[in-house]
Design a protein around this ligand. Structure first.
Ligand code: TTP
Ligand code: MG
Length: 601
């Protein structure tokens, strides 16, 4: 039947998925390696957000209460992990490390601790130069124009584990070499090489999956955790990947398939079981598992039916076909290109109570200092080719740059955004309505923040005085009462400053900033053409001052779809649990809330 047509599989790509083991714990361990052999956990509020494998061996697990963890393992060492900037910095450092191996730049982050890399071009190139009469003694070239950089390997064998275990080995009957298997074997070797480099040079172990698309690579990696890698291979040559992918997917519980979130999975379970299903929040899963096979093989399920069942407000058009494809292990999404500069830089902090002006000024100053420091780290370079400078990234903590001589801005963010999350006033009955609503206000970023001759402290103070206080008044005109649980400061709307940069999106405004002392004199805000919806365009050619700039207050719901999670997943991808107020990466929020569910249900 047409509606049950199996989506065409487009094999030929080799995708590697990295997942760092016990990530937050590993960040501490990289700095203090002696922790590796001890039971070690990272705490946020009263919860262990992750722990190392020595702690797991002794019965500890993610999202456990601190008091339970101490009872089970009294000698557990616990560090506070509430300042997530250290994890973000480590994540960025590891991402840059992996990205440097890529030829195509197709390296994409998911949250803090996962990275996909498309290695198809590297694999294809090496297949092109391989000696097919002597596969056992092959050399994988890691740099295209340098035949000396790389590693020796046996191209007849895979590196690490294979799924399925009884995969087709060696050349097929009457077939000189099965190209798909060869590609995947080379993929497994280059993955092993990078995984080892990551461990030797940076001190992080990872779990890796290798397959022909992103979803399969992410899923297959889970088969050998931690410090393992798995490649999804064809089980027989005649069918290519078809049968091994189908039996691999079929065995999964539907909620485990990336792209099938909690709500979609619940709806699918209820359709298959034809009744309400229970979700066991304490066990991070469902008590009534439904497998991919049950959904896929159900006679009434097809992509049109899935569209009707799953489409809802806010869901992407074509969700039925997308899910139908995922159930068959088909995922055509590309690994996105690494960006030269982040889309936005944002700094935030949460507060139990922030309701007086002096405290607010203190916090705004601290946030503005961090923001300018981070702009200097992320957006300054002395390298004409726009490679990120490595000096800071070798540390796992952020240090302000010490020498700015010869530094050049890679990009000028054009918009400054202040966001707050107000607490609601008490109701007459004494209760306080829970809300995660954020409100934000944007205006052009004044040029003086790009001055390198001035100290961060002075620039931050000026930014607070000249812009942020006014912005805050626009957000909170009520003088008498406000109380904030969160303040976020961001610069967005990046205009890259080199017209010859491959990824440059703006016209070259670098020259405008050459004589920065002049810029300081008149404090003009230069507004580039912009597509942002937050700051409307002023009429072209007009100089805009911070005072008369067109401004807009935006109200954003807690599940904002287009601003909070940065495209590169690094900035503002954090939220705060409304129950325990822990800072949680957005991608981990669902997992985190499972922990609280028994208490609130
Ligand atoms: P995970 O990938 O879930 O865990 P992990 O990398 O620590 O461990 P594993 O080896 O089992 O993959 O989450 C990544 C990081 O996100 C984790 O180190 C801590 C953080 N995190 C939170 O802050 N809150 C949460 O509720 C969860 C689940 C994770
Ligand atoms: Mg992980």
């Amino acid at each position: 039947m047409e509606l049950r047509k199996v989506p065409a599989r487009k094999d030929g790509r080799v995708i590697v998925h990295f997942d760092y083991d016990c990530f937050y714990a590993a960040v501490f361990e990289a700095k203090t390696p002696s922790l590796k052999s001890l039971p070690f956990a990272v705490q946020q509020k009263q919860i262990i957000v992750t722990c190392n494998y020595e702690a797991r061996r002794r019965g500890l697990h993610k999202l456990q209460l601190i008091r339970d963890a101490r009872r089970i393992c009294p000698d557990v060492i616990i560090e506070l992990g509430e300042d997530i900037s250290r994890f973000r910095d480590a994540s960025k450092e590891l991402y840059n490390f992996i990205k440097d191996y890529s030829w195509s730049g197709q390296v994409e982050r998911l949250g803090f601790d996962e990275v996909w890399m498309d290695v198809t071009d590297m694999v294809e190139y090496n297949i092109g130069i391989i000696n097919r009469n002597n596969l056992e003694h092959s050399f994988f070239q890691m740099v295209k124009d340098d035949p000396t950089i790389g590693f020796e390997f046996d191209a007849t064998a895979i590196a690490g584990h294979a799924c399925p275990k009884d995969f087709a080995q060696g050349p097929g009957p009457g077939n000189a070499e099965d190209e798909l298997s060869l590609q995947l074997r080379l993929g497994s070797h280059v993955a092993l090489y990078m995984r080892h480099q990551l461990e030797q040079q940076k001190g992080y172990t990872s779990t890796v999956g290798i397959a022909t698309n992103k979803v399969l690579a992410k899923l297959v990696g889970n088969m050998n955790k931690p410090k393992g890698q798995t490649v999804l291979m064809p089980s027989n040559y005649a069918e290519g990947l078809e049968s091994s992918v189908m039996s691999f997917m079929d065995a999964h519980e539907i909620g485990k398939v990336p792209g099938i979130g909690f709500k979609l999975a619940q709806r699918l379970r209820e359709f298959i079981l034809q009744r309400e299903t229970k979700y066991d929040w304490t066990d991070a899963g469902t008590k009534e598992p439904v497998t991919v096979a049950q959904v896929r093989q159900h006679p009434d399920v097809n992509y049109e039916m899935l569209e009707k069942l799953l489409a809802g407000p806010g869901s992407a058009h074509g969700i039925g076909y997308k899910i139908w494809s995922l159930l068959h292990g088909v995922d055509d999404s590309e690994v996105s290109q690494a960006r030269a500069v982040p889309r936005q830089i944002s700094i935030e902090d949460s507060y139990v109570r922030l309701d007086t002006l002096p405290e607010l000024l203190k916090e705004l100053n601290a946030l503005a200092r961090s923001l300018i420091n981070r702009m200097r780290i992320d957006l300054l370079s002395n390298d004409e080719d726009f490679e990120e400078s490595k000096d800071e990234s070798d540390n796992d903590t952020v240090k302000p740059r010490t020498s700015l001589v010869g530094m050049k801005w890679l990009a000028h963010p054009r918009t400054l955004r202040l966001t707050t999350r107000p607490r609601q006033p008490l109701q007459p009955d004494g209760s306080r309505p829970r809300t995660m609503k954020r409100i934000s206000h944007s205006c052009p970023l004044p040029n003086f923040v790009f001055l390198l001759s001035e100290s961060v402290e002075i620039l931050a103070e000026k930014l607070v005085r000249d812009s942020l206080v006014t912005m805050f008044r626009k957000l909170h005109p009520e003088k008498s009462w406000w109380n904030l649980s969160l303040v976020n400061l961001a610069v967005t709307n990046m205009a890259e400053t080199a017209s010859d940069s491959k990824s440059a999106i703006g016209r070259d405004i670098g020259n405008m900033f050459k004589r920065q002392e002049n810029v300081l004199k008149d404090f003009r805000v230069v507004e580039e053409e912009t597509e942002t919806t937050i700051t409307p365009e002023p009429s072209s050619g007009e100089d805009v001052t911070a005072e008369n700039a067109v401004e807009l207050v935006a109200i954003e719901a807690d599940e904002d779809e287009d601003g909070w999670v940065d495209e590169d997943g690094m900035d503002a991808a954090t939220d705060y649990c409304h129950i325990c107020d822990s800072a949680i990466p957005s991608f981990a929020m669902v997992a985190h809330q499972r922990f609280h569910e028994p208490a609130v249900s």
